[in-house]
Design a protein. Structure first.
Length: 599
């Protein structure tokens, strides 16, 4: 049993990370966790930790033998309160690696507030514990300084975000968590209703329809740090529940929304990292991004852009080229700088990478000192074709030209992946550099061959580009949308669009997407009705807060910036969620489950 009498008598005067030489001689009260305790020649030294840092505490038996004797039972992660006087450690004993390393606290009073069992892993940043163990004991993992700093930084970004939008006349409005299922491109999490038997709520994939209705309500400028839910396959940068900075504005153009978000990001990077971003961010059309980088979220920190080789090799008898070009495909490539010495096996590994995206292989040609090419396919080119290929590629002696042939979609995806793969392998990506861009002019729709219908590339509420509205009736697949994504270092940070504010145009878009009148009325009847009562032109965006925090902290996974994340199987190892429902709960909800074997 331990006592907490101390906290009734005294409160902490300082955090464990704030004491400096200027506090020498001051009586202080500290409370926190024991990082470690050491008994050196009778003196007990404690590294006392809270989320602000660590302070060394000294308990000297010459001053208080009883106190020193009691201190010898302290172990890692005991929670203690200490009262003492700040003293200089002495020049020989200073620890320059710690902000508090010039001083220590000479304790005159100590109380154990809570004892701790032996932790399953060391509470320190260089712990070698596996992720599953750390997620099982997440409350211990969060005591590690790095994760603790991540949580503090996330809180600061939330504060900066709120302050920025308050200063720009936005209202913070909460939208429902229990709502109606809508097609957003992923599965909904469903919540059974006891009051309405056999009916279900859906957890929102985004507040999309509600923030549009807020614009129809005259709120004009809305933001929310919103919780969202998607039942989809997970990756390092995805979770089943996530947080986004959600924004909607009335009477605006896409350019104004983009300026607003640039201002927010500039404020965040300035206050968090001390970085002054260059505004405005560059704009890149979707088609250009795909053509140059093979991706609609290009990493602009390095070059190695894709180039068209179709014209250079046109007329070649090499079958891979001839069949591709005859069939309406393309030949494109990238240059791997300084890689002409690569072996055949090394090049074959690139073919395996490209095959992930459907490419049949990667063709290579080494650039010799006289700018001639050497490679298996080169003998099928004329000297003029080889020269043109080298020139088109912009290759230099010692480089390796890599070509992929096939349909444009496959070629761009494969080369886009190879571009990133090679850049990481060759260490071509600059550190501590922030490359923002807006990708604009997205296609409005894409054809889904499986469902044999068009689907919205963003979502069905995105407005057609003003110059392309006429294509709705004739060629919707060629129509652009007033949609835009903000990209940072090759990751999509957020996406948005100008919305449809005309009910008839919205109905037409639903029709193109293959939704029947009954489906439209059932899912979106309330929105279409609302649009009939005077809808201001409006648009917005949503930024992924978790992904932004991952970049700001240099983390490899968003799990490192979320307090209690799920695993890649959408499970919480700490609490055991998801879990089976009790029989009485299912009975109240009038649900019956089919037998299912655990996997």
């Amino acid at each position: 049993m331990t006592s907490a009498r101390f906290v009734h008598d005294l409160q902490a005067t300082h955090s464990c990370g704030t004491l400096r030489r200027s506090h020498e001689g001051t009586t202080v009260v500290l409370m926190g966790f024991v990082q470690r305790a050491r008994n050196l020649g009778g003196c007990v030294f404690i590294d006392l930790r809270d989320r602000h840092g660590i302070t060394q505490v000294r308990i000297d038996p010459a001053l208080d033998a009883t106190l020193a004797l009691n201190a010898q039972r302290l172990r890692a992660e005991f929670v203690v309160a200490i009262e003492g006087v700040v003293a200089h450690r002495g020049a020989k004993n200073e620890n320059r690696r710690m902000p508090t390393g010039e001083v220590e606290v000479h304790a005159g009073r100590l109380e154990v507030l809570s004892e701790s069992a032996t932790p399953p892993f060391l509470i320190q940043d260089d712990s070698d514990a596996g992720e599953e163990l750390r997620l099982r004991y997440r409350y211990l993992d969060l005591r590690r300084p790095r994760l603790s700093r991540n949580m503090a930084l996330r809180s600061k970004v939330n504060q900066i975000t709120r302050n920025y939008f308050y200063e720009h006349d936005f209202l913070e409005i909460e939208t429902p968590i229990l709502t109606k299922a809508t097609p957003e491109g992923a599965r909904d999490y469903l919540v059974a209703s006891r009051v309405h038997p056999c009916h279900f709520y859906a957890l929102p994939q985004s507040p999309q329809t509600f923030k549009q209705l807020l614009m129809l309500s005259g709120m004009q400028r809305y933001f929310q740090i919103a919780r969202c839910f998607r039942d989809e396959d997970l990756r390092a940068d995805r979770q089943p529940e996530f947080t986004q900075i959600d924004v909607e504005m009335s009477f605006v153009s896409a350019a104004e929304i983009q300026r607003t978000i640039e201002g927010l990001l500039a404020a965040v990077f300035r206050e968090v990292l001390g970085e002054d971003l260059t505004l405005p961010f560059p704009r890149i059309a979707y088609d250009e991004a795909i053509a140059r980088f093979g991706s609609d979220r290009p990493d602009l920190r390095f070059g190695m852009e894709l180039f068209f080789a179709t014209e250079a090799v046109s007329g070649s008898e090499f079958r891979a080229f001839a069949d591709t070009i005859t069939g309406g495909g393309v030949v494109k490539g990238i240059v791997a700088p300084g890689c002409a010495s690569w072996s055949r096996r090394q090049v074959e590994t690139l073919s395996a990478e490209a095959a992930i995206f459907g490419a049949k292989g990667v063709l290579s040609a080494k650039v010799e000192s006289d700018l001639t090419l050497k490679g298996a396919f080169v003998k099928h080119l004329t000297a003029e074709q080889a020269t043109e290929l080298c020139s088109t590629a912009g290759a230099a002696p010692g480089d390796l030209i890599l070509l992929v042939a096939g349909d444009a979609t496959t070629v761009n995806a494969a080369l886009g992946h190879l571009r990133l793969h090679l850049a990481k392998m060759l260490d071509l990506i600059p550190k501590n550099q922030w490359a923002f861009a807006w990708v604009v002019d997205f296609p409005a729709f894409e054809w889904d061959p499986g469902e044999e219908r068009f689907v919205a590339l963003h979502h069905p509420f995105t407005s057609p580009h003003p110059d392309d509205v006429h294509l709705l009736a004739t060629d919707p697949g060629a129509m652009r949308a007033e949609a835009y994504d903000v990209v940072l270092n090759g990751l999509e940070l957020g996406g948005g669009s100008i919305r449809i504010h005309d009910s008839e145009l919205q109905r037409k878009v639903f029709e193109i997407l293959g939704l029947g009148n009954d489906q439209v009325e059932q899912k979106f009847g309330f929105l279409l009705e609302a649009l009939r009562y005077g809808a201001p032109p409006h648009g917005g965006i949503a930024l992924g807060l978790d992904r932004l925090m991952m970049l700001l902290t240099g983390s490899e996974s968003i799990r490192d910036v979320i307090a209690f994340p799920k695993t890649t199987r959408a499970a919480c190892l700490m609490s055991g969620a998801p879990s089976r429902a009790e029989a009485i709960q299912l009975k109240e909800l009038r649900l019956k489950l089919e037998p299912h074997e655990e996997t």
